[in-house]
Write a protein that binds this ligand. Structure first.
Ligand SMILES: *[C@@H]1O[C@H](CO)[C@@H](O)[C@H](O)[C@H]1NC(C)=O
Ligand SMILES: *[C@@H]1O[C@H](CO)[C@@H](O)[C@H](O)[C@H]1NC(C)=O
Ligand SMILES: *[C@@H]1O[C@H](CO)[C@@H](O)[C@H](O)[C@H]1NC(C)=O
Ligand SMILES: *[C@@H]1O[C@H](CO)[C@@H](O)[C@H](O)[C@H]1NC(C)=O
Ligand SMILES: *[C@@H]1O[C@H](CO)[C@@H](O)[C@H](O)[C@H]1NC(C)=O
Length: 439
């Protein structure tokens, strides 16, 4: 079996997973088989949108400002967390697999999974639960409170949602801040500049399994790293100059990949801070915070906070495998103010591929700009202070009429830009690996 080694980090692996396809089998642990109750169509009625009282108290907001994250338990009602876990097993079963960092990355569950077959054996719509959580739960309100958004002048949109399956026995990405492959937003936050507050965006990381502290497997955070004076050096070390927009033209990306291949030196790798700046990795290590995680727990963190996947310990691998788990699944939702912009330049983003004029525009502009089109392509639904009008129909419309074509286009562009370079790099690396190691 060929092992493909990819050295160029998050930008690449987000792209690579879209361009690869193989399958493997996965069985949910027995204790969950009964947990999946019937979900058909809407779980609740969402017509009513009364003004909600504040959910977080002042000490939680203060902690978020200081540390850049807050852990919340019991945000979801009923069995939503179990339903997401169950849907996750089906996605792992059916989705294409990716050999490094994650087994499965599935974007756009709010569009009912894109290319995920969204019915289970009994015809239940397995991905509706992700809409329920991302759009209709208390989560958007909490994200707005953390960013201290003004409900009269600002709004909140989903810029990306993704299901991630981390292999129990694999190794994850080191300290990083998500790049445009995972968070397709300009590094410059107009909302933050105007308000003087941290309105860069909030990532909501939701555990779909218990991940006990002693066994690891969840996410680690570097508390307060978003405020350290050395953070810009750390961003730079992972190829992110966060004082500029950050977008690249297609030819600039190709040139960087080529240079990386020849010299091994370009800082394009979101996961390589340990190689490039071991001193900063040490500083981040010193700020590590990890949690005892139960299914349904959520970590809300600011976009600019360093975080990393926490590989299970050896005992943890045995523990998770004893439960029948081969992956530790999570669902991640990224919310930004509506005036957040896509970066300029080339972007493997559905809305950017659907319309080449979208890079550099704000999410509000992109959504407003489609209003004259039949059906109004709703790539970035507003979730606060009020829900986007006719939300379900418009998301379904994107899924039914646009998504498969756009995903194919994205894949073709990724293959064009990345695959020849990656094959070359990985082939050479494999030769080196096999020359230097016989295990
Ligand atoms: C804020 O809420 C948290 C979580 O419910 C609670 O533990 C804490 O005591 C509250 N703090 C204050 C000052 O009310
Ligand atoms: C979706 O999956 C179900 C259950 O595996 C199967 O019965 C159905 O034919 C699939 N539908 C499509 C369109 O692949
Ligand atoms: C991890 O386990 C899967 C099957 O569960 C196997 O295919 C894969 O080779 C393993 N990877 C490593 C790095 O051991
Ligand atoms: C980031 O980009 C700005 C603008 O081009 C430049 O002035 C600055 O030196 C860059 N920072 C680093 C650390 O390269
Ligand atoms: C493979 O090993 C040779 C000799 O050590 C080295 O010069 C070359 O850069 C390596 N190539 C890669 C892609 O690691």
């Amino acid at each position: 079996m060929k092992r493909v080694t990819v050295h160029t980090g998050v930008v690449i692996w987000a792209f690579w997973q879209a361009a690869t396809a193989s399958s493997s089998s996965h069985h949910p642990p027995a204790f969950l088989v009964e947990a999946y109750t019937s979900v058909s169509g809407k779980i609740c009625d969402h017509e009513e949108q009364p003004q909600k009282p504040r959910i977080l108290n002042e000490s939680q907001l203060t902690a978020y400002r200081k540390d850049g994250f807050v852990l919340l338990k019991n945000v979801l009602h009923g069995d939503l967390a179990d339903l997401m876990a169950r849907a996750g097993y089906a996605i792992v079963d059916r989705a294409s697999h990716f050999p490094q960092y994650f087994s499965v990355i599935e974007n756009g569950l709010i569009f009912n999974g894109g290319n995920v077959n969204d019915s289970d054996d009994s015809g239940h719509d397995i991905t509706q639960v992700f809409r329920e959580v991302a759009l209709y739960s208390d989560i958007p309100q909490i994200a707005a409170e953390l960013m201290e958004l003004d409900d009269e002048t600002q709004n909140l949109r989903v810029i990306r949602d993704m299901f991630l399956a981390k292999p129990v026995n694999g190794s994850g990405c080191d300290w990083h801040v998500d790049d445009h492959g995972f968070w397709p937003e300009s590094y410059l936050s107009e909302a933050s500049q105007k308000s003087g507050k941290d309105q860069n965006g909030v990532n909501v990381w939701i555990a779909l399994e218990d991940m006990p502290l002693e066994f690891f497997g969840s996410m680690a955070l570097a508390a307060g790293s978003h405020r350290e004076p050395w953070r810009f050096e750390a961003y730079q070390a992972i190829g992110q100059n966060r004082t500029i927009d950050g977008g690249h033209t297609k030819s600039a990306i190709v040139a960087k990949l080529e240079e990386k291949r020849k010299t091994g030196k370009v800082a394009l790798g979101a996961c390589e801070i340990g190689k490039i700046r071991p001193d900063l990795k040490e500083r981040l290590d010193a700020k590590t915070v990890i949690f005892d995680i139960e299914r349904g727990d959520m970590i809300f963190s600011t976009r600019t906070l360093f975080h990393k996947t926490l590989d299970p310990t050896e005992a943890g691998k045995r523990y998770y495998q004893s439960l029948g788990l081969t992956t530790l699944n999570r669902y991640s939702i990224r919310y930004t103010p509506g005036n957040a912009k896509l970066p300029k330049g080339w972007l493997a983003e559905w809305s950017a591929v659907a319309d080449k004029n979208n890079p550099g525009k704000s999410l509000n502009e992109i959504v407003d700009g489609t209003k004259s089109h039949p059906g109004e392509y709703l790539w970035y639904p507003q979730v606060w202070p009020s829900l986007e009008k006719d939300l379900e129909n418009r998301l379904n419309f994107v899924a039914d009429t646009k998504l498969s074509q756009v995903k194919q286009q994205v894949q073709a562009e990724i293959v064009e830009i990345f695959v020849p370079k990656m094959v070359t790099t990985s082939t050479v690396q494999e030769e080196n690996d096999s020359a230097s190691s016989s295990s």
